[in-house]
Design a protein around this ligand. Structure first.
Ligand SMILES: NC(=O)c1ccc[n+]([C@@H]2O[C@H](COP(=O)([O-])OP(=O)(O)OC[C@H]3O[C@@H](n4cnc5c(N)ncnc54)[C@H](O)[C@@H]3O)[C@@H](O)[C@H]2O)c1
Length: 264
């Protein structure tokens, strides 16, 4: 039995499939015999069932993408994202507003027993401290009103990235109600530093703290480390893992509590 055998013939939508964590996840899914519908601004160099070109900064392309996907799907993996080195509005468009819009457009098409996994980050770990602000953004009903709210609540790129991931973690907790209502589980995976093309951007926006995480845990994650957890959480045979966030960081965040990692 090959790894991830439970995905055989499942229809899986993967955003961010062209690079890094999304590409590795797609490779595993294809090896397991899944039918992958890849969504990205760039075409992946993998033999997927369908590639849909989307720019998450442009809501009309998300709408068109949802229309171009036929029939029902089993799993939605929201992996696409941008780092805190780009314009704060772009960060929020891609990491939160676009992710939410695609998810809401596809939810009625996800079969009972299906799942959704969003990729957040340990950068979003302080969501509880900012819950009011996060809930206010998430209370906006759509992409356009989300943008209006952001226009009134300016933040720099670094804060926009952390805030975007706090929003993703809390969004999944809200969407956890879909298990009861529709039989679809929603969870988040929060990686620490991962060896992908955007790691250099994180080094620029986060600074020495990023190297401290790497030093304290011994290495950066690989895309494989994260893809395996995404596929575990989203596995069609799991039924009761819902609305939770799984930190995949070599134990760094827990080590702060456990006292075996130190901030400086
Ligand atoms: N690499 C890390 O250290 C790290 C750590 C924590 C969380 N993450 C998160 O993991 C996810 C995947 O990141 P990665 O490290 O694989 O990076 P990556 O740059 O290798 O992959 C990101 C993918 O998202 C796509 N994308 C970006 N903007 C887009 C847009 N406007 N429209 C459509 N597609 C777009 C890119 O084309 C790319 O294929 C992101 O959500 C990121 O925030 C990464």
């Amino acid at each position: 039995m090959s790894q991830h055998e439970t995905y055989r013939n499942k229809r899986v939508v993967v955003t961010g499939a062209a690079s890094g964590i999304g590409r590795q996840t797609t490779e595993f899914l294809l090896a397991a015999g899944a039918k992958v519908i890849a969504i990205d601004r760039n075409a992946p160099d993998l033999k997927v069932e369908q590639f849909v070109s989307v720019d998450f900064t442009k809501p009309e392309t998300i709408d068109a993408a949802a229309k171009s996907i036929d029939g029902e799907i089993d799993v939605l993996l929201n992996i696409a994202g941008v780092p805190g080195t780009v314009d704060p509005e772009i960060v929020m468009r891609v990491n939160v507003l676009g992710l939410r819009m695609l998810t809401e457009l596809l939810i009625d098409r996800i079969r009972r027993g299906g799942s959704i996994t969003h990729v957040a980050s340990i950068a979003g770990a302080q969501w509880a401290a900012h819950l009011d602000e996060v809930q206010r953004l998430l209370a906006t009903p759509d992409y356009a009103t989300g943008l209006e709210w952001l226009g009134d609540h300016k933040m720099d790129s670094k804060r926009a990235y952390d805030f975007s991931k706090e929003c993703v973690v809390v969004m999944a907790k809200q969407q956890g109600k879909w298990l009861r209502e529709r039989g679809v589980r929603v969870n988040t995976v929060s990686p620490g530093p991962v060896q992908t093309p955007i790691l250099k951007d994180f080094r620029e926006s986060i600074g020495p703290l990023l190297d401290l995480v790497t030093r304290e845990t011994g290495r950066n994650a690989t895309a494989t480390d994260i893809a395996r957890v995404i596929l575990f959480l989203s596995d069609p045979t799991l039924e009761w893992l819902n609305a939770t966030d799984v930190q995949v960081d070599g134990g760094f965040m827990s080590g702060l509590v456990g006292g075996w990692v130190k901030l400086g």
